[in-house]
Design a protein around this ligand. Sequence first.
Ligand SMILES: Cc1cc2nc3c(=O)[nH]c(=O)nc-3n(C[C@H](O)[C@H](O)[C@H](O)COP(=O)(O)OP(=O)(O)OC[C@H]3O[C@@H](n4cnc5c(N)ncnc54)[C@H](O)[C@@H]3O)c2cc1C
Ligand SMILES: NC(=O)c1ccc[n+]([C@@H]2O[C@H](COP(=O)([O-])OP(=O)(O)OC[C@H]3O[C@@H](n4cnc5c(N)ncnc54)[C@H](OP(=O)(O)O)[C@@H]3O)[C@@H](O)[C@H]2O)c1
Length: 450
Amino acid sequence: MRVGIIGAGPSGLAQLRAFEAAQRAGVDIPEIICFEKQSNWGGMWNYTWRTGLDKYGEPVHGSMYRYLWSNGPKECLEFSDYSFDEHFGRPISSYPPREVLFDYIQGRIEKSNAREFIRFNTVARWVDFDEATQTFTVVLDDVANNKTYTETFDYLVVATGHFSVPNMPYFKGIETYEGTVRHAHDFRGAEPYVGRDLLIIGGSYSAEDIGVQCHKHGAKSVTISYRTAPMGFDWPEGMEEKPLVTHFEGHTAYFSDGTQRRFDDVIMCTGYQHNFPFLPHEFRLENKNCLYPDNLYKGVVFNEQPRLLFLGMQDQYYTFNMFDAQAWFARDVMMGKITLPNKAERDRDIATWLAKQQAIENVFDEVDFQTEYTRELVDSTDYPDFDLEKVGEMFKSWQRDKREDILRYRDKTYTSVMTGTKAAKHHTPWLEELDDSMARYLGQEKKQAS
Ligand SMILES: Cc1cc2nc3c(=O)[nH]c(=O)nc-3n(C[C@H](O)[C@H](O)[C@H](O)COP(=O)(O)OP(=O)(O)OC[C@H]3O[C@@H](n4cnc5c(N)ncnc54)[C@H](O)[C@@H]3O)c2cc1C
Ligand SMILES: NC(=O)c1ccc[n+]([C@@H]2O[C@H](COP(=O)([O-])OP(=O)(O)OC[C@H]3O[C@@H](n4cnc5c(N)ncnc54)[C@H](OP(=O)(O)O)[C@@H]3O)[C@@H](O)[C@H]2O)c1
């Protein structure tokens, strides 16, 4: 049996780890090849300074930026088979910066021979399914060596993420707006906005985080324009929310409440598209960012063609440990340890989850939904169990911390459900910490020569 995995971000790496865990337990595993278009693993967490196209002319995947600190407690995303204690050897704070989390992700996978299974600089271009042989043929581009070739698989795992292709709405007059316009996908740091009046469009995590970062690093003012509802945090002086922009003229943005204001720059924090240019249309997920994408049995198995599996396609409270739970489930489906019910039963199961999603009224319901979803997956495989319900409570507490103080919630500390370790306080309050390097975080900066 041959398994193809597209993407070596946290989800694709979780799939490799799941197979490795089975192998360590003495089980024969299939032949596996993972294709990753970047030159290294880690997906979003593999920071790139590039925007637009990469070295080989491919769309840049990364949307992360300098000064990105975890936006939820690390205790909520901890792997249950590789703790922060095991990796760092001492307690660290609850909200580490990107480089530290990247190091943690790498730490687990470097303990295996996973790199051998990954072909880097390799883009999945197209997928065909042959009904007669029940196999996928994947057209691949080795962009570093300018070689196109194909590989054939019995199962295909799509782990390409869904926060990379910008959703860029049009506003009247924006084509002649006199300031700069970019999408959050191309934001790489707050420096260009120091001393400037910044307009952010969007009302979710990117709008909040990029807005707060720019405020922290010295923007003159940050205005956030929402479509559906304000985030309603207790914003500091210099930050405010306004309803949606109606149009632009010159440097000025006009809002639906009749007000107007001049801005130097606009950042669209308007989310991302699920985008699968390498899949024929009948295999594409067509949903927007939501907690339960339609057509995925257990949020993983493509219902019309169960040899096709997707990881990490839902909106995410849980991240790394949910991707693990999905990957373990996907592994057991592929290896026949889990027998899928017939299509009618799968349809019913999907409908039940979609109805539950429909009934969600607030963020606490969202957390409960994803806790219940992840619980079901963890219970159906040998992924090491952990106190998910306690993690759910931590997510709720995190939401309350943000309500209490949007600038200081990252100074709070949580306790790991994996090890019982209470996080350390970071040596510097987040608001004053302008250096997000791992060396500074771990207190290992090189001493200045005197
Ligand atoms: C700005 C931002 C900040 C975030 N911050 C946090 C946070 O603080 N905490 C948290 O838990 N989560 C955060 N996330 C969520 C993040 O999506 C997940 O943590 C995680 O990276 C998702 O993993 P993934 O493997 O599913 O997708 P990705 O990380 O996006 O990885 C997908 C991989 O697939 C590869 N790929 C794509 N197309 C192809 C192709 N055709 N061929 C070959 N390879 C391909 C990409 O190069 C990439 O390496 C953040 C997301 C964004 C956008
Ligand atoms: N530090 C961090 O860790 C960090 C930082 C940034 C992002 N992230 C992660 O990145 C992921 C993506 O977050 P995101 O905020 O980019 O996307 P998102 O959560 O999908 O939100 C998209 C936002 O865009 C708005 N929008 C869409 N179309 C619009 C339009 N035409 N006009 C105005 N507004 C529009 C939506 O408004 P409606 O509400 O009206 O639909 C919504 O508020 C999340 O998982 C998040 O956790 C993490």
